[in-house]
Write a protein that binds this ligand. Sequence first.
Ligand SMILES: Nc1ncnc2c1ncn2[C@@H]1O[C@H](COP(=O)(O)OP(=O)(O)OP(=O)(O)O)[C@@H](O)[C@H]1O
Ligand SMILES: [Mg+2]
Length: 254
Amino acid sequence: MEYLTSHTQPSTHNPHTAVVEVQNLVYAYANQEPVLKDISFKLNAGDRVALMGATGSGKSTLLENLIGLKQPQTGKIWINGIPVEQKTLSQVRRHIGFSFQDANDQLFMPTILEDVTFGPRNYGVPPAVAIDQARQLLADFGLEAYTNRSAHELSGGQRRLAALASILALEPAILILDEPTNGLDPAWRRHLAQVLLNLPVQVMLIASHDLNWLGKVTQRALVLSGGRIPIDQEIQPLLQDGETLDRLGLPIGW
Ligand SMILES: Nc1ncnc2c1ncn2[C@@H]1O[C@H](COP(=O)(O)OP(=O)(O)OP(=O)(O)O)[C@@H](O)[C@H]1O
Ligand SMILES: [Mg+2]
Protein backbone atom coordinates (compact mmCIF):
# COMPACT_ATOMS: atom_id res chain seq x y z
CA MET A 1 0.00 0.00 0.00
CA GLU A 2 2.92 2.30 -0.89
CA TYR A 3 0.55 4.93 -2.32
CA LEU A 4 -1.08 5.43 1.08
CA THR A 5 2.19 6.35 2.75
CA SER A 6 2.49 10.07 3.38
CA HIS A 7 5.88 11.45 2.37
CA THR A 8 4.95 15.02 3.22
CA GLN A 9 6.35 14.81 6.75
CA PRO A 10 9.98 13.70 6.59
CA SER A 11 10.29 10.99 9.22
CA THR A 12 12.64 8.24 10.20
CA HIS A 13 10.57 5.93 7.98
CA ASN A 14 11.01 8.10 4.92
CA PRO A 15 13.54 6.29 2.70
CA HIS A 16 14.09 9.36 0.50
CA THR A 17 16.96 10.92 2.39
CA ALA A 18 18.80 12.46 -0.57
CA VAL A 19 18.47 16.22 -1.07
CA VAL A 20 17.12 15.61 -4.58
CA GLU A 21 15.87 12.23 -5.71
CA VAL A 22 14.37 11.38 -9.08
CA GLN A 23 12.96 7.93 -9.73
CA ASN A 24 12.02 6.59 -13.17
CA LEU A 25 10.82 9.93 -14.49
CA VAL A 26 9.12 10.04 -17.89
CA TYR A 27 8.11 13.31 -19.51
CA ALA A 28 6.55 13.95 -22.92
CA TYR A 29 5.27 17.22 -24.37
CA ALA A 30 1.68 16.98 -25.67
CA ASN A 31 1.31 14.61 -28.63
CA GLN A 32 5.04 13.88 -28.79
CA GLU A 33 7.41 11.06 -28.05
CA PRO A 34 8.86 11.37 -24.52
CA VAL A 35 11.82 13.73 -24.25
CA LEU A 36 12.74 12.13 -20.91
CA LYS A 37 12.30 8.37 -21.10
CA ASP A 38 13.66 7.01 -17.83
CA ILE A 39 15.54 9.31 -15.52
CA SER A 40 16.76 8.32 -12.06
CA PHE A 41 19.42 9.95 -9.90
CA LYS A 42 20.13 11.19 -6.40
CA LEU A 43 21.91 14.35 -5.31
CA ASN A 44 23.31 14.36 -1.80
CA ALA A 45 24.32 17.17 0.53
CA GLY A 46 27.52 18.78 -0.72
CA ASP A 47 27.05 17.70 -4.34
CA ARG A 48 27.92 20.21 -7.07
CA VAL A 49 26.63 18.68 -10.23
CA ALA A 50 26.80 19.53 -13.93
CA LEU A 51 23.87 18.61 -16.14
CA MET A 52 25.30 18.12 -19.61
CA GLY A 53 23.68 17.11 -22.87
CA ALA A 54 23.37 18.19 -26.48
CA THR A 55 21.02 20.95 -27.58
CA GLY A 56 17.46 19.64 -27.30
CA SER A 57 18.43 16.66 -25.11
CA GLY A 58 15.98 17.75 -22.39
CA LYS A 59 18.08 19.55 -19.76
CA SER A 60 15.67 22.46 -19.30
CA THR A 61 12.70 20.08 -19.38
CA LEU A 62 14.25 18.01 -16.59
CA LEU A 63 15.04 21.06 -14.44
CA GLU A 64 11.48 22.36 -14.88
CA ASN A 65 10.18 18.96 -13.71
CA LEU A 66 12.36 19.20 -10.59
CA ILE A 67 10.73 22.43 -9.47
CA GLY A 68 7.22 21.32 -10.42
CA LEU A 69 6.77 23.66 -13.40
CA LYS A 70 6.14 20.54 -15.46
CA GLN A 71 4.57 17.32 -14.19
CA PRO A 72 6.06 13.99 -15.25
CA GLN A 73 3.72 11.42 -16.81
CA THR A 74 5.24 8.76 -14.58
CA GLY A 75 7.98 8.65 -11.99
CA LYS A 76 8.54 10.63 -8.82
CA ILE A 77 10.68 13.44 -7.48
CA TRP A 78 11.52 14.16 -3.85
CA ILE A 79 13.18 17.33 -2.57
CA ASN A 80 14.57 16.84 0.94
CA GLY A 81 12.18 13.90 1.32
CA ILE A 82 9.12 15.89 0.22
CA PRO A 83 7.42 14.52 -2.90
CA VAL A 84 7.02 17.19 -5.57
CA GLU A 85 3.25 17.44 -6.06
CA GLN A 86 0.76 20.21 -6.63
CA LYS A 87 -0.01 20.43 -2.91
CA THR A 88 3.64 20.56 -1.82
CA LEU A 89 4.88 23.04 -4.43
CA SER A 90 5.15 26.13 -2.24
CA GLN A 91 6.91 24.08 0.46
CA VAL A 92 9.31 22.53 -2.08
CA ARG A 93 10.09 25.82 -3.80
CA ARG A 94 11.10 27.38 -0.49
CA HIS A 95 14.18 25.11 -0.64
CA ILE A 96 15.11 25.89 -4.24
CA GLY A 97 16.57 28.79 -6.16
CA PHE A 98 15.97 28.26 -9.86
CA SER A 99 17.24 30.38 -12.73
CA PHE A 100 15.59 30.03 -16.12
CA GLN A 101 17.58 29.63 -19.31
CA ASP A 102 15.98 32.88 -20.49
CA ALA A 103 16.67 35.60 -17.89
CA ASN A 104 13.63 37.52 -19.20
CA ASP A 105 11.42 34.89 -17.56
CA GLN A 106 12.88 35.85 -14.19
CA LEU A 107 12.68 39.63 -14.27
CA PHE A 108 9.26 41.24 -14.35
CA MET A 109 9.26 44.17 -11.92
CA PRO A 110 9.62 47.85 -12.96
CA THR A 111 13.22 47.94 -11.67
CA ILE A 112 15.87 45.29 -11.07
CA LEU A 113 16.11 46.41 -7.42
CA GLU A 114 12.47 45.38 -7.05
CA ASP A 115 13.15 42.15 -8.92
CA VAL A 116 15.84 41.25 -6.39
CA THR A 117 13.79 42.26 -3.33
CA PHE A 118 10.61 40.58 -4.59
CA GLY A 119 11.34 37.05 -3.30
CA PRO A 120 12.70 38.01 0.13
CA ARG A 121 9.82 40.46 0.71
CA ASN A 122 7.37 37.71 -0.18
CA TYR A 123 8.97 35.58 2.51
CA GLY A 124 8.57 38.35 5.07
CA VAL A 125 12.02 39.96 5.10
CA PRO A 126 11.59 43.61 6.23
CA PRO A 127 11.80 46.02 3.24
CA ALA A 128 14.88 47.90 4.50
CA VAL A 129 16.78 44.66 5.05
CA ALA A 130 15.75 43.27 1.65
CA ILE A 131 16.80 46.50 -0.09
CA ASP A 132 20.21 46.58 1.62
CA GLN A 133 20.83 42.96 0.68
CA ALA A 134 19.67 43.53 -2.91
CA ARG A 135 21.93 46.57 -3.34
CA GLN A 136 24.85 44.51 -2.08
CA LEU A 137 24.12 41.61 -4.46
CA LEU A 138 23.64 43.94 -7.42
CA ALA A 139 26.90 45.72 -6.55
CA ASP A 140 28.67 42.34 -6.40
CA PHE A 141 27.52 41.81 -9.98
CA GLY A 142 28.60 45.26 -11.16
CA LEU A 143 25.06 46.59 -11.40
CA GLU A 144 25.06 49.29 -8.71
CA ALA A 145 24.49 52.01 -11.31
CA TYR A 146 21.51 50.16 -12.78
CA THR A 147 19.39 49.37 -9.72
CA ASN A 148 16.55 51.64 -10.85
CA ARG A 149 16.50 50.47 -14.45
CA SER A 150 14.14 47.88 -15.76
CA ALA A 151 15.55 44.61 -17.06
CA HIS A 152 14.77 45.46 -20.68
CA GLU A 153 17.12 48.45 -20.44
CA LEU A 154 20.05 46.15 -19.59
CA SER A 155 22.40 44.18 -21.83
CA GLY A 156 21.89 40.43 -22.14
CA GLY A 157 24.78 39.68 -19.78
CA GLN A 158 23.58 42.28 -17.27
CA ARG A 159 20.10 40.74 -17.33
CA ARG A 160 21.66 37.35 -16.62
CA LEU A 161 23.53 38.78 -13.62
CA ALA A 162 20.42 40.55 -12.30
CA ALA A 163 18.45 37.29 -12.60
CA LEU A 164 21.16 35.44 -10.66
CA ALA A 165 21.13 38.17 -7.97
CA SER A 166 17.35 37.72 -7.63
CA ILE A 167 17.85 34.00 -6.94
CA LEU A 168 20.78 34.36 -4.56
CA ALA A 169 18.72 36.89 -2.56
CA LEU A 170 16.54 33.96 -1.48
CA GLU A 171 19.58 32.20 0.05
CA PRO A 172 18.35 28.86 -1.29
CA ALA A 173 19.54 25.52 0.07
CA ILE A 174 19.33 24.01 -3.40
CA LEU A 175 20.53 25.98 -6.39
CA ILE A 176 19.37 24.94 -9.86
CA LEU A 177 20.74 27.02 -12.70
CA ASP A 178 19.90 26.69 -16.40
CA GLU A 179 22.74 27.99 -18.60
CA PRO A 180 23.93 30.60 -16.06
CA THR A 181 26.91 31.77 -18.16
CA ASN A 182 24.85 32.62 -21.25
CA GLY A 183 25.80 36.08 -22.41
CA LEU A 184 28.64 36.55 -19.91
CA ASP A 185 32.16 37.55 -20.90
CA PRO A 186 35.15 35.58 -19.55
CA ALA A 187 35.71 37.97 -16.63
CA TRP A 188 32.10 37.63 -15.45
CA ARG A 189 32.17 33.87 -16.04
CA ARG A 190 35.17 33.69 -13.75
CA HIS A 191 33.50 35.94 -11.18
CA LEU A 192 30.33 33.87 -11.25
CA ALA A 193 32.37 30.69 -10.72
CA GLN A 194 34.01 32.30 -7.66
CA VAL A 195 30.63 33.41 -6.29
CA LEU A 196 29.16 29.94 -6.72
CA LEU A 197 32.18 28.20 -5.18
CA ASN A 198 31.78 30.36 -2.06
CA LEU A 199 28.06 29.80 -1.60
CA PRO A 200 27.02 27.71 1.39
CA VAL A 201 24.36 25.75 -0.52
CA GLN A 202 23.42 22.13 0.11
CA VAL A 203 23.27 21.11 -3.54
CA MET A 204 23.99 22.80 -6.85
CA LEU A 205 22.75 21.48 -10.20
CA ILE A 206 23.83 23.45 -13.26
CA ALA A 207 22.82 22.81 -16.86
CA SER A 208 25.35 24.28 -19.24
CA HIS A 209 27.17 23.92 -22.54
CA ASP A 210 30.13 25.72 -21.02
CA LEU A 211 32.09 22.51 -20.33
CA ASN A 212 35.33 24.15 -19.26
CA TRP A 213 33.49 26.42 -16.82
CA LEU A 214 31.48 23.46 -15.46
CA GLY A 215 34.80 21.72 -14.80
CA LYS A 216 35.78 24.58 -12.48
CA VAL A 217 32.49 24.79 -10.58
CA THR A 218 31.21 21.21 -10.30
CA GLN A 219 32.60 17.81 -9.27
CA ARG A 220 30.11 15.44 -10.79
CA ALA A 221 28.50 15.23 -14.22
CA LEU A 222 25.15 13.84 -15.29
CA VAL A 223 24.86 13.52 -19.06
CA LEU A 224 21.44 13.44 -20.70
CA SER A 225 21.24 11.51 -23.94
CA GLY A 226 18.40 9.68 -25.63
CA GLY A 227 16.05 10.58 -22.77
CA ARG A 228 18.25 8.81 -20.23
CA ILE A 229 21.33 9.52 -18.10
CA PRO A 230 23.92 7.09 -19.45
CA ILE A 231 26.72 8.87 -17.59
CA ASP A 232 26.87 9.87 -13.95
CA GLN A 233 30.49 10.24 -12.89
CA GLU A 234 33.22 12.59 -11.72
CA ILE A 235 33.46 15.48 -14.15
CA GLN A 236 37.25 15.78 -14.50
CA PRO A 237 37.94 12.39 -16.11
CA LEU A 238 34.92 12.90 -18.36
CA LEU A 239 36.29 16.24 -19.60
CA GLN A 240 39.50 14.39 -20.52
CA ASP A 241 37.56 11.75 -22.45
CA GLY A 242 37.05 13.49 -25.78
CA GLU A 243 35.83 10.34 -27.49
CA THR A 244 32.95 9.75 -25.06
CA LEU A 245 32.00 13.42 -25.12
CA ASP A 246 31.97 13.43 -28.92
CA ARG A 247 29.76 10.36 -28.96
CA LEU A 248 27.29 12.15 -26.65
CA GLY A 249 27.17 15.17 -28.96
CA LEU A 250 29.45 17.23 -26.71
CA PRO A 251 32.69 17.78 -28.61
CA ILE A 252 35.09 19.54 -26.25
CA GLY A 253 36.77 22.78 -27.34
CA TRP A 254 34.02 23.92 -29.69
N1 LIG B 1 6.96 23.71 -25.02
C1 LIG B 1 7.40 22.69 -25.78
N2 LIG B 1 6.55 21.98 -26.55
C2 LIG B 1 6.97 20.94 -27.29
N3 LIG B 1 8.25 20.52 -27.33
C3 LIG B 1 9.14 21.19 -26.60
C4 LIG B 1 8.77 22.31 -25.78
N4 LIG B 1 9.86 22.76 -25.15
C5 LIG B 1 10.88 21.97 -25.55
N5 LIG B 1 10.45 21.04 -26.41
C6 LIG B 1 11.27 19.99 -27.05
O1 LIG B 1 11.79 19.15 -26.02
C7 LIG B 1 13.15 18.80 -26.30
C8 LIG B 1 14.02 19.16 -25.13
O2 LIG B 1 14.04 20.56 -24.98
P1 LIG B 1 14.86 21.26 -23.81
O3 LIG B 1 14.60 22.72 -23.90
O4 LIG B 1 14.54 20.58 -22.53
O5 LIG B 1 16.35 20.88 -24.24
P2 LIG B 1 17.73 21.41 -23.67
O6 LIG B 1 18.59 20.21 -23.45
O7 LIG B 1 17.49 22.30 -22.52
O8 LIG B 1 18.30 22.22 -24.92
P3 LIG B 1 19.28 23.51 -24.96
O9 LIG B 1 20.66 22.97 -24.80
O10 LIG B 1 19.04 24.06 -26.33
O11 LIG B 1 18.87 24.44 -23.88
C9 LIG B 1 13.51 19.50 -27.62
O12 LIG B 1 13.41 18.57 -28.67
C10 LIG B 1 12.46 20.58 -27.76
O13 LIG B 1 12.18 20.82 -29.10
MG1 LIG C 1 17.90 24.25 -22.16
